[in-house]
Write a protein that binds this ligand. Sequence first.
Ligand SMILES: *Cc1c(COP(=O)(O)O)cnc(C)c1O
Length: 260
Amino acid sequence: MSPESSESHESFGSQEAAESPEAARKAELAANLARVEERIAGACFAAGRKREDVTLIVVTKTYPASDVQLLAELGVRDVAENRDQEAAPKAADCADTQLSWHFVGQLQTNKARSVAGYADFVHSVDRARLVTALSNAAVRAEREIGCLVQVAFDAESGSVGERGGVAPDGVTDLAEAVASAQGLRLDGVMTVAPLDGPLAGRPRAAFDQLLEISTALRAAHPAATMVSAGMSSDLEEAVLAGATHVRVGSAVLGDRPRLR
Ligand SMILES: *Cc1c(COP(=O)(O)O)cnc(C)c1O
């Protein structure tokens, strides 16, 4: 090897070390994903569950489509968003990926048509009017949407919670409405650990109750097997309780700026 070629080889090496912002971000996401993966695997082991029985959904809200692309390259298959205004353009930007899109935020009926254009799953079904709107939108888009009934453990009986979700005593009727609606498939139940009421600060107790509701639901609807629970701070409790899907944002993408 001539001195020149060894020199050029060295300079190539140092160029690689000064990696592009995109490569740095990809490495950061990969490291975060590895840590989350380790946590999920550890919780599955502790619960005596198989790792493949728990699906990681990465919540990409407030982060750009470029991050979603990197996540897809890193092997992520499921992503979630909570606002249609943000999700619709992002899903369009990522149309070349094979990602499944989950909608997990409170959903106004006038957004149902847009959401039906890209969402494979809606985790936040919490009232009959929304079932009707989603059904009409799905039929019109010629798509089938997997629906989860969102349960709010801090909602008053017969009402919808402050952060969305139906009180536990409303789940059966809403599930029946989804199951009989055209264009919709009843896939299961979802919850967010409550901030108020007797279960506030006790995510495991809330997730245990969600599993009881899921068991009762599956007696009537055996295919409704999805149990969506657990976020960055409480994914272990969710896996221990029996969740099939965890929704993890900040532990993968970083802390969100407090915009709202
Ligand atoms: C933002 C969000 C998550 C993820 O929360 P992190 O704490 O960032 O993991 C999960 N579920 C819903 C419904 C969310 O809105």
